[in-house]
Design a protein around this ligand. Structure first.
Ligand SMILES: NC(=O)c1ccc[n+]([C@@H]2O[C@H](COP(=O)([O-])OP(=O)(O)OC[C@H]3O[C@@H](n4cnc5c(N)ncnc54)[C@H](OP(=O)(O)O)[C@@H]3O)[C@@H](O)[C@H]2O)c1
Length: 237
């Protein structure tokens, strides 16, 4: 059936502005399903930022019924559930709980995470997570935490920034950087796009072992370092 020229023109005039107003992930055809386990200081603003960028976000905590305000703020791209549903739903899973929960999360939901991108943002602390913190930091959190989630495409990122950087991603006129460590090339690219969606600048650090170079207490940890400063510290291009 031939579409009359006037109808085609009308459809174009409607479709072009609608697409132009669409958030970046929608415009660029790269919408992800993101499961966020832990909806506190870090998980909540990260999930809302990704929903604004056009991704589908499912938040999970042990009390999802308390997260309805996040659903309201992120509508229509945000939902809430328990961790099993978020792990099942997601292409990308953000671990935004204290790391002391990882052993249980990996044991109970690791099967649902197989082959998926799992991003760890943790900064272990003895006072919150216990003495095992020293073991994790000694090994480096990238490789240490990945052991709780075998069979996933494990990524370490976002641990060097804090919620203030999401609200204000520019320091001294330069964008704050986020180092990324992973053994999976595609997971590295997916994470880099998610860093940009939050308004920050990704820097590829290399394999998971490199997380030790930007763990809690390193010279670029929570300093608002730029991409140039992070690259210099890590010795990468
Ligand atoms: N805050 C920062 O400045 C900052 C910066 C960089 C990295 N980090 C790291 O980010 C992670 C989260 O920190 P945060 O400050 O956002 O913590 P937070 O505000 O205390 O939030 C933690 C969240 O995890 C949930 N949770 C805890 N155990 C859980 C479990 N077993 N299953 C499901 N959900 C669980 C909690 O909800 P329920 O208790 O209701 O389940 C809560 O929503 C930590 O690893 C931290 O080291 C924090």
């Amino acid at each position: 059936m031939r579409v009359p020229f006037s109808l085609a023109l009308a459809l174009t005039l409607v479709a072009v502005p609608v697409l132009a107003q669409a958030p970046p992930a929608v415009q660029e055809g790269r919408v992800l399903r993101i499961g966020i386990i832990g909806a506190g200081n870090m998980g909540a603003p990260m999930g809302l930022a990704w929903a604004s960028a056009g991704h589908q976000v499912m938040f999970a905590t042990r009390s999802p019924e308390e997260l309805m305000e996040l659903v309201r703020q992120g509508a229509p791209r945000v939902s809430v559930a328990y961790a099993d549903a978020a792990a099942y739903f997601a292409d990308v899973i953000l671990l935004a709980t204290p790391p002391v929960a990882f052993e249980q999360l990996g044991r109970d939901f690791g099967e649902l995470m197989q082959g998926k991108v799992v991003i760890d943002i943790s900064n272990p602390r003895v006072d919150r997570d216990g003495e095992i913190t020293n073991q994790w930091l000694e090994q480096g959190t990238g490789e240490a935490m990945a052991e709780y989630f075998p069979g996933t495409r494990f990524v370490k990122a976002f641990n060097t920034v804090n919620p203030r950087n999401f609200a204000n991603p520019i320091r001294d006129g330069v964008r704050v950087a986020v180092p990324i460590a992973t053994n999976d090339r595609e997971a590295a690219e997916i994470t880099a796009a998610l860093v940009r969606d939050i308004g920050l600048e990704p820097v590829q650090a290399g394999g998971l072992a490199r997380a030790k170079d930007f763990d809690r207490g390193s010279p670029i940890w929570e300093t608002g370092a730029s991409a140039a400063e992070v690259r210099e510290h890590l010795g990468v291009q």
